[in-house]
Write a protein that binds this ligand. Structure first.
Ligand SMILES: [Zn+2]
Length: 405
């Protein structure tokens, strides 16, 4: 009897998996269905020229993280040995236009982005000032990255790691001019009354609160776990000052948080790395997660083996837009994938794919927007990779369902 039951259960399981696979396959080539109530969507958007994420929370509250714009160089420069990946969809479309079109398409409440969150002050996250970018006549700031995005879709609230005290951070930003420009933008709109600005609060679990149905999803929250070299560890119930007066770089100052929805956990923390064990302390504060965005475009000092062991994500998006062996760092692919983590890169440079085809075979994808879609209550999730060379948002591949742990 037991044997028959076991056989029946096995058959049942096989049938479920087969159906899931069939469904996944039948979605390829179609446009990604819109978000619906109760779902959590995490989008890593691919422009090939900077980092930008969109989060749509279970009640439809939207958060955009970063909006990088770096100028495309078709030829290698001294700084970047191989130049950059191909711009998505092409060089005539500015990265911010890519983000704005994408966000407007997938955000359920179209009037405003609820939270604009800047992880740190680097140009691949906040834009660059170049001659052809226009200046806002009234505010007197150049429209780049978030300061341009605001003119496509307004934000209700901007949250960063320093507001309003930027003076002490100017030296470590890649460009003091870009930071000054961003401050000018905030000051102007805050004074005008059409934007609220707030400092990222370490340890908070309600700074990114649900705005549309605040009480509808008690099993959803966002925990702010690191900023400016400090970590909030809820398991130890304490704040850890990792840098403790030692010199800190801009990347390590990034804000980081964990989204928790039922059993599902997702970690994102800008461009942090393992200097002074910082990233490892952050990993311990996050605990085991199901999904993550790789820190710092998977550079050599990020997502190191012992951090990955603690986090053990099942899936990871990687914002890659350089033709460089170290971004993403190819030497990590082995232990990451052997550890059971599937990697989805947004836009790996063509020279890399040509020179190292075997290496990139370890990634599930090397081009496209990456979407983690979590079902209501956070029990299961799927990964969708969308074509990033047009604005149809067609599905190139689907993985899942994954079971949240
Ligand atoms: Zn970066």
């Amino acid at each position: 009897m037991k044997r028959i039951l076991f056989f029946a259960i096995s058959l049942c399981l096989t049938a479920t998996v087969a159906t899931a696979k069939q469904n996944n396959k039948s979605l390829v080539g179609k446009t990604l269905p819109a978000w619906s109530e109760g779902y959590l969507d995490i989008h890593t958007i691919s422009s090939g020229r900077g980092e930008c994420l969109l989060i749509v929370m279970p009640d439809g509250t939207s958060m955009v993280i970063d909006a990088g714009e770096i100028v495309y160089k078709s030829k290698p420069s001294k700084k970047s040995q191989y130049g950059m990946a191909k711009p998505r969809p092409n060089n005539d479309v500015r990265p911010v236009q890519v983000y704005a079109d994408y966000i407007r398409n997938f955000m359920p409440y179209k009037d405003a982005i609820d939270y604009y969150h800047l992880s740190h002050f680097h140009m691949d996250h906040m834009g660059q000032i170049i001659k052809r970018y226009k200046t806002d006549e009234e505010g007197g700031y150049v429209k780049t990255g978030p300061t341009e995005l605001f003119h496509h879709i307004p934000f209700r609230e901007a949250i960063d790691r320093a507001y309003p005290d930027y003076d002490k951070w100017t030296a470590q930003a890649t460009s003091a001019k870009v930071l000054e420009n961003y401050r000018k933008f905030l000051d102007y709109h805050v004074a005008k009354g059409d934007l609220k600005a707030t400092k990222f609060e370490l340890g908070a679990t309600n700074q990114f609160a649900l705005r549309h149905k605040p009480n509808a999803y008690p099993n959803f929250k966002i925990e702010n776990i690191c900023v400016n070299g400090m970590v909030w560890d809820k398991f130890q119930n304490k704040t850890i000052n990792v840098y403790n007066g030692r010199p800190i770089r801009e990347n390590a100052s990034s804000c980081g948080f964990v989204i928790r929805y039922g059993k599902f956990d997702f970690l994102t923390a800008g461009d942090i790395g393992d200097y002074y064990d910082f990233e490892y302390v952050v990993a311990q504060a996050a605990g085991k997660v199901d999904a993550a965005k790789a820190h710092h475009h998977l550079s050599p000092h990020s997502m190191i083996q012992k951090s990955m062991k603690v986090l053990s994500p099942q899936v990871m998006s990687v914002t890659s837009f350089s033709n460089r062996e170290i971004q993403p760092d190819q030497s990590k692919f082995g232990y990451i994938t052997k550890g059971g983590c599937k990697m989805y890169c947004t836009s790996v440079g063509e020279a890399m794919l040509e020179n190292y085809p075997k290496v990139y075979k370890k990634c599930r994808s090397v081009s496209g927007h990456v979407v983690f879609r979590v079902e209501p209550n956070g029990e299961r999730f799927w990964v969708y990779v969308l074509d990033d060379f047009d604005s149809e948002y067609r599905i190139k591949m689907v993985d899942g369902p994954f079971k949240a742990k």
